[in-house]
Design a binder for this molecule. Structure first.
Ligand code: G4P
Length: 533
């Protein structure tokens, strides 16, 4: 029996978050520096960037195999400042897929990294949209201030406009590039001085009596001091002061500036997260909301990692604990099948190691060995029939017709295709007017190659793709089922069905989608299978 106080204490300690960014903005560098500051690793270079594997499928498969061995990079746990950090990896590189989107269902907050030279980029836009849909609180880190980048004001403007989120600067940079002097902490009224090529921790922090005092000039020179005074006055007028509630509601993102490569700003970022980032939040299920400090355990699977031994289809399912305590060897209910589920070797991911654990608390991510019973979105409970929301499929951007290339391997082909779809590698749709035709949908091009390669190596099956003139898909619904049916019948050739039987409208351009939406105002179009935008 777990006492309520321990549960509350362990829950409040947890801080489960993900870093979202466009490739090359500095996610790997920041992850590594967070782990270094957090004392979880002791040498740089321990966190591998996957960006070099952009090129080919074989590289990707090799990377996946390596990951099979050191799967711990998927979640990096460490203790710092009295809290347990669970940092979830959201692949942003070659292996970009729905997995990345879904990983965000398992976190309570995000850290968004923006390259000060490049500003807001495509992948950040996509990931930020998913966070906004879930109202996930976001802290923004503007990186690479040691390089000549955009003006900070211009950057914040761009973030607000492009990501439709309000920002509030917690720190303000003084100069940039070779003139980068450090940052001024707006609320603390402290000066954090930057020394080029900094390797020592922490950075030098100076309390200055007032931004108007001459002391400021003595540290950064009078030109930069004058510019800082002017800019701080301006930002105080333009941006709202930091308010915890609006950050937690996901409407305002506090912004810090720094240079991860130079160890500048990352320690402060960690301290900011300790202070403001939420403990495990309430999760929405189909019948009710689930509070983390409820005594009864509940959790959901958000990712399946295939085993790299091609002849055995055992896998690791990643489960996020939502409430109560998960215990090793205890019998739980697998809600979808109604069967019992027991794990004798649940795995936790601390820093770079995996270890078998006896207990896991709300906010924790654990790995469960599984031989094919668990699917993405599945719920485990102590008996209650609930289904967590927020683990949907996302509208794919790339579509192909998939055909079995070897008629003698029909069975293997279907088995492989279905299992890999369950694992979340691809989505399968059928055409309404040709139910035997299978259409694949993916978010990243590489998933197509991965599917082909895995069908061959793991299922001894071969497939062939044919192009299809579709680049946009939206799940559709209408309260009036007759109207939905009429729309589906009228647009039969542009309708697919997903595995759950939901209707999906497909088209080849944003213009065409807009037009059909204009003409059919009673129909709702959604980017996720959960019918949320
Ligand atoms: P990613 O995971 O988001 O893709 O980015 P990653 O950390 O791998 O960083 C991308 C590149 O940006 C790396 O350089 C990295 O060293 C550099 N970088 C990260 N933070 C900073 C910073 O604060 N200032 C500057 N100037 N550069 C930064 P690279 O040349 O691509 O790789 P490497 O050879 O340095 O590893």
């Amino acid at each position: 029996m777990i006492d309520a106080n321990t549960l509350k204490k362990e829950t409040e300690k947890r801080l489960t978050f993900a870093i979202i960014s466009h490739p090359d903005a500095g996610k790997t560098t920041i992850t590594e520096k967070l782990l270094l500051f957090g004392g979880a690793i002791h040498t740089a270079g321990a966190v591998k960037s996957s960006k070099n594997t952009k090129a080919t499928t074989s590289d990707f498969m090799k990377m996946e195999q390596e990951r099979g061995i050191s799967i711990s990079t998927s979640v990096m746990g460490f203790d710092y400042g009295g809290r347990r950090f669970n940092l979830l990896d959201t692949p942003g590189h070659a292996d970009f897929s729905e997995d990345t989107y879904r990983g965000l269902s398992a976190v309570d907050s995000s850290l968004m990294v923006i390259d000060s030279v490049k500003g807001v980029e495509e992948r950040t836009r996509q990931l930020c949209a998913v966070c906004k849909m879930r109202k996930t609180p976001i802290v923004t880190f503007v990186n690479k201030l040691d390089r000549e980048g955009k003006e900070p004001i211009e950057l914040l403007d761009e973030i607000e406009k492009e990501l439709a989120i309000t920002v509030t600067p917690l720190t303000w940079p003084i100069g940039q590039g070779k003139d980068f002097k450090g940052v001024y902490h707006v609320a603390d009224k402290t000066l954090h001085l930057f020394k080029g090529g900094q390797t020592k921790l922490p950075v030098e922090v100076i309390d200055i009596p007032s931004i108007m005092s001459d002391e400021l000039d003595s540290y950064v020179g009078s030109t930069f001091a004058a510019k800082l005074r002017e800019e701080v006055e301006m930002i105080s007028a333009v941006y709202p002061p930091f308010e915890l509630d609006s950050y937690l509601a996901g409407t305002v993102s506090p912004v810090c500036f720094g240079s991860a490569l130079n160890n500048f700003g990352v320690g402060e970022l960690l301290d900011t997260l300790i202070k403001i980032a939420p403990s495990p939040l309430i999760k929405e299920a189909d019948t009710r909301v689930v509070h983390p400090d409820e005594e009864q355990f509940s959790g959901f699977v958000f990712k399946i990692h295939a085993n790299m031994n091609p002849r055995h289809h055992d896998r690791i399912a990643f489960l996020r604990v939502c409430s109560g305590v998960f215990e090793r060897n205890k019998l739980y209910k697998h809600v979808r099948s109604g069967k019992t589920f027991r794990s004798s070797n649940p795995t936790a991911f601390m820093s770079q190691d995996r270890e078998i654990i006896d207990q896991a608390w709300p906010g924790d991510i654990i790995g469960l060995h599984d031989t094919g019973n668990l699917k993405i979105g599945d719920t485990l409970t102590e008996g209650e029939d609930i289904q967590f929301k927020g683990i949907p499929n996302f509208a794919p951007q790339i579509f192909r017709t998939i055909l079995n290339a070897d008629p003698l391997k029909e069975k293997q082909f279907h088995k492989g295709l279905n299992q890999l779809a369950e694992e979340g590698v691809i989505q399968i749709f059928t055409k309404l007017h040709q139910p035997n035709v299978r259409i694949l949908g993916v978010v990243g091009q590489l998933q197509l190659e991965v599917l082909q390669s895995r069908l061959e190596t793991e299922y001894n099956a071969e497939c062939r793709y044919e192009p299809i003139d579709v680049s946009l898909a939206r799940w559709i619904n209408c309260e009036d089922k007759k109207k939905l049916k009429a729309f589906v019948t009228a647009n039969e050739r542009k309708i697919l069905q997903d595995v759950a039987g939901n209707y999906v409208f497909i088209t080849d351009s944003a213009w065409a989608l807009n037009r059909i939406q204009e003409l059919n105002k009673e129909i709702s179009f959604y980017i996720t299978s959960e019918m949320r935008n």
